[in-house]
Write a protein that binds this ligand. Structure first.
Ligand code: GUN
Ligand code: ZN
Length: 436
C-alpha cells in the first residue's frame, strides 16, 4: 500500500517559464503536502490543507528538501551501462570499437535481466522516473527491460533496436525478423501497465531501405507507439548516410521517405540540420532530443537550442548514456548550460527544471500523466537536497532565492542531491522515518 502524505517544499510547473523571473509558470509551496493514493497524486496543497483532508494517513516528512516531479530522460541506451566512459573515439569508431561488441552480450536473457535491474536502479538513484530507452537488437533485451520496469510499476518507453547492416555478427536482424520481433513486443507490452513501445530503427546507417520500409509499416500500423532514432549527430555519419541513400535529399529525407516522422518521433541529436530538415521537423512535429554530455564527450557538435525553438520545434533533453557520461539529468542540465553558453544562449534554472520535468513530458505528449505534481498525475516524485555535499552547503549559505537554489542543483547536483525518488508512490531509496 503506497497511500501516504509527503511533506516538504514543493515546486511544480504549469507552463514553460518565459524568463528567469516568470513566477506565473510554476507553483511553489514552502510547507506543502502531497496526498498519494494508489500510485497517483490525489491532491497537492499546503500541508495543513492536505493533513486535514486525510488525518489518518502516514506522513513522510522531507523538509527542508524540495519535492518535484520525477525527471524524464527521453533518450538513453540500456545495453550501454558498461560502455559509458569508453575512451578516445568519435561516434562511428566508438560504435564499432566499444558499443557494438558490448551490445552482443544482451542476446543472453540472464545478462539482460541483471543489467535491466541495475540500469533502472541507476535511473531512480538519479531521480529519473521515466525513460525512453533503446534496448539491443535482441528481443530478449527489450523483454528484460519491460519486465523489470513492470516489476517496479515504473513508466518506461522502450524498443528493440532494428539494425540489419553495418554491424557485427550477432547484432543484426533482418527486415522481416525486425518487424516480427517489434510487433510481438508491441502486442505484449505497449499500453500494458505503464509501458509504452518505441519502434527503434537505430539510424539510417544500420538499416537497409527494406528495413526502414518495415519500420514505416510498424509506425503506420501502431500510431500510438513512439519512433526513436538518431539524426545528424556527426559530419562523418551524415556523409556515410548520403552514400548509402544517394537519392535522399538529406539525412532527414531518409526517415521522411519511409513515413517515420510525427510528434511521436524522438530524433536524437539533430546537431547539423539544414534549413530544409528544420522545416520538415517543424511540419511533421518530430522532436529533436538534445544530449549534451554525449555531444561533448563524442565531440559531435553543439545543439542550437534557440535556433530550433525559434523555428517552432519542441526540443527534449536527455542523457544518451553510454555516449552520454552521466545518468543524472542535473548533470545533463549542467553540460547543457555550457553548450548553450558556447553559442551565446542562456539556460536559466526555471526553464532548466521545467525542461527535465514537464518540458520533456510535453515533448512525449504525456504531460497529463507525468512531469508535474498536479492532482491526477502519476506519483513519480524526486526529493532534492541542495545541501547534499559540503561544497553545495557552503554555496547555499549565500543563496537567497528559489532560482539560486535551483541553479546550484543544476550546476553542482548529481545523485547525491537526490534524497528520495518515488515511483508510482513507492520510495526507491531507503525510506526516511515515517510518522504514524
Ligand atoms: N547513433 C547510432 N547509434 C548510436 C548510439 O548508440 N549512441 C549514439 N550517441 N549515437 C548513435
Ligand atoms: Zn543515442
Amino acid at each position: 500500500m503506497t497511500d501516504k502524505i509527503l511533506r516538504g517544499r514543493l515546486l511544480t510547473f504549469h507552463a514553460e517559464p518565459q524568463g528567469p523571473e516568470d513566477s506565473t509558470a510554476y507553483s511553489y509551496i514552502e510547507d506543502a503536502g502531497l496526498l498519494i493514493e494508489r500510485g497517483l497524486i490525489r491532491a497537492a496543497g499546503t500541508y495543513a490543507e492536505i493533513a486535514a483532508r486525510a488525518p489518518d494517513l502516514p506522513v513522510t516528512d522531507h523538509r527542508p528538501h524540495l519535492m518535484m516531479a520525477g525527471f524524464i530522460d527521453p533518450h538513453i541506451h540500456f545495453p550501454q551501462v558498461q560502455v559509458i566512459a569508453s575512451w578516445g573515439a568519435q561516434l562511428l569508431d566508438w560504435l564499432n570499437t566499444y558499443t557494438f561488441p558490448e551490445e552482443t552480450r544482451f542476446a543472453d536473457p540472464a545478462h539482460a535481466a541483471r543489467m535491466a535491474a541495475l540500469f533502472l536502479d541507476q535511473l531512480t538513484g538519479n531521480g529519473t522516473t521515466t525513460a525512453a530507452a533503446y534496448a539491443s537488437v535482441h528481443r530478449a533485451s527489450a523483454e528484460a527491460l519491460f519486465a523489470e520496469a513492470a516489476r517496479r510499476d515504473m513508466r518506461i518507453i522502450a524498443g528493440k533496436v532494428m539494425m540489419d547492416r553495418n554491424a557485427p555478427d550477432g547484432l543484426r536482424d533482418t527486415p522481416q525478423a525486425g518487424y516480427d520481433d517489434s510487433k510481438a513486443l508491441i502486442r505484449r507490452w505497449h499500453g500494458r501497465g505503464r509501458a509504452l513501445y518505441a519502434i527503434t530503427p537505430r539510424f539510417a546507417i544500420t538499416s537497409t531501405p527494406e528495413q526502414l520500409e518495415m519500420a514505416g509499416a510498424l509506425v503506420a500500423e501502431h500510431p500510438g507507439c513512439y519512433l526513436q532514432t538518431h539524426l545528424s549527430e556527426t559530419h562523418d555519419e551524415i556523409a556515410y548516410t548520403a552514400r548509402l541513400y544517394p537519392d535522399a535529399p538529406d539525412y532527414l529525407g531518409v526517415y521522411e521517405r519511409y513515413g517515420l516522422l510525427s510528434p511521436r518521433a524522438l530524433m536524437g541529436h539533430c546537431l547539423h540540420l539544414t534549413p530544409r530538415e528544420i522545416g520538415v521537423m517543424q511540419e511533421t512535429g518530430a522532436r529533436p532530443v538534445f544530449c549534451p554530455t554525449s555531444n561533448l564527450f563524442l565531440g559531435s557538435g553543439l545543439f542550437d537550442d534557440a535556433g530550433l525553438r525559434g523555428a517552432g520545434l519542441v526540443n527534449a533533453i536527455a542523457t544518451d548514456v553510454g555516449g552520454g557520461t552521466s545518468y543524472s539529468m542535473l548533470q545533463t542540465l549542467h553540460e547543457g548550460y555550457k553548450v548553450l553558453q558556447l553559442q551565446g544562449q542562456k539556460l536559466h534554472p526555471l526553464r532548466a527544471f521545467h525542461w527535465i520535468t514537464r518540458g520533456n513530458a510535453v515533448a512525449l505528449g504525456l504531460e497529463d500523466r507525468i512531469g508535474t505534481l498536479e492532482a491526477g498525475s502519476e506519483a513519480d516524485i524526486v526529493v532534492l537536497d541542495a545541501r547534499a555535499t559540503p561544497a553545495m552547503a557552503l554555496r547555499m549559505e549565500r543563496a537567497r532565492t528559489l532560482s539560486e537554489e535551483l541553479f546550484i542543483l543544476q550546476i553542482m547536483g548529481d545523485d547525491r542531491a537526490v534524497a528520495q525518488t518515488y515511483v508510482a508512490g513507492a520510495p526507491q531509496k531507503k525510506p526516511v522515518e515515517s510518522l504514524p
